[in-house]
Design a protein around this ligand. Structure first.
Ligand code: SIN
Length: 293
């Protein structure tokens, strides 16, 4: 993707590389930049290495992938996540009884909020933020409840060369305190004495693709270190606005039994709570990741 400025043409020009054909799964891109629907896979079945490899590749090429019409038991959902790595336990959110790795994603007429209403990368306040998240929606509202996803590769590639040089080596603080304290009281969750806080590079290199991605988000990133506070605030405002540009986004319309698998290392997401007083309900399994570099 090249970035063009001023009156030279579109601000972002995506040069789509040709993807090699997939042998088993079907991959239908939602946009040239991010998101693809995957067909030909039943996630409840044990997955052979060919399908596993193709799913990994589809995720690497699209940052978020979607599977429709799945029927997963909690065990099958957890097993699917475990195929990609050890599971992450959320520092605050409620989970299903006896299954700390099976997070509840639920909003109904009595909810004070829904999960993930602002742009974020999951738990980026952890020292080792999750690599990916697998959300299975079991109950949908009649309309709405979509999730938006944005490519942080595209956001990075859209920066000017001068801005890339300025951000090179910069570190930002991510803090879970404001996000989590009191947030899940309606689920009966008692607050912890402290929530995670971590420092991460503003631009990270994806360990699988080797591509650079912007790694600041409005949800968790509080300040850029080593520059004056007003400069940090102005810079983060600029970067958040850029990261949330609709040019880099896809929007997924859920159906019951759909699964989304997103890569938190190169994508942010935001859930729309536009369906009150209806119910939207499911579970998320989250996969551990590495310290960003
Ligand atoms: C989240 O995991 O941030 C919630 C996403 C969603 O409910 O669509």
């Amino acid at each position: 993707m090249n970035q063009l400025r001023g009156n030279q043409g579109p601000r972002y020009r995506h040069e789509a590389g040709e993807s090699a054909p997939f042998a088993v799964i079907r991959v239908e891109k939602l946009t040239p930049i991010i998101g693809a629907e995957i067909g030909g896979v039943d996630l409840s079945m044990p997955m052979d290495d060919v399908v596993f490899g193709e799913i990994q590749r589809a995720l690497a090429e699209n940052a978020v992938i979607f599977f429709r019409d799945q029927r997963l038991t909690p065990r099958q959902h957890l097993d699917f996540g475990r195929r990609f790595g050890a599971l992450h336990i959320h520092p605050a959110a409620p989970h299903e009884a006896g299954e700390p790795a099976l997070m509840k994603i639920h909003a109904d007429r009595n909810s004070p909020r829904a999960n993930g209403e602002g742009w974020h990368s999951d738990v980026s306040c952890d020292e080792e933020p999750p690599m990916g998240s697998v959300l299975y929606i079991k109950q949908c509202p009649p309309h709405g409840g979509d999730t938006l996803f944005a490519s942080m590769y595209a956001a990075y590639e859209a920066l000017s060369e001068r801005m890339k040089a300025y951000l090179d080596g910069m570190v930002a603080e991510h803090d879970g305190e404001e996000v989590y304290r009191g947030t899940y009281a309606n689920f009966g969750v008692t607050d912890k004495p402290v929530y995670p806080r971590a420092e991460h590079p503003v631009v990270r290199t994806h360990p699988v693709t080797g591509r650079k991605a912007l790694f600041v988000n409005r949800g968790f990133t509080r300040r850029i270190l080593g520059i004056p506070r007003d400069e940090s605030e102005a810079m983060l405002r600029y970067l958040f606005d850029l990261a949330e540009n609709p040019l880099f986004q896809c929007r997924f319309r859920w159906s019951e039994g759909a699964v989304a698998f997103w890569d938190n290392r190169c994508a942010q997401h935001r859930a729309m709570w536009d369906y009150w007083p209806h119910t939207r309900s499911g579970n998320r399994v989250t996969i551990k990741g590495d310290r960003p570099v």
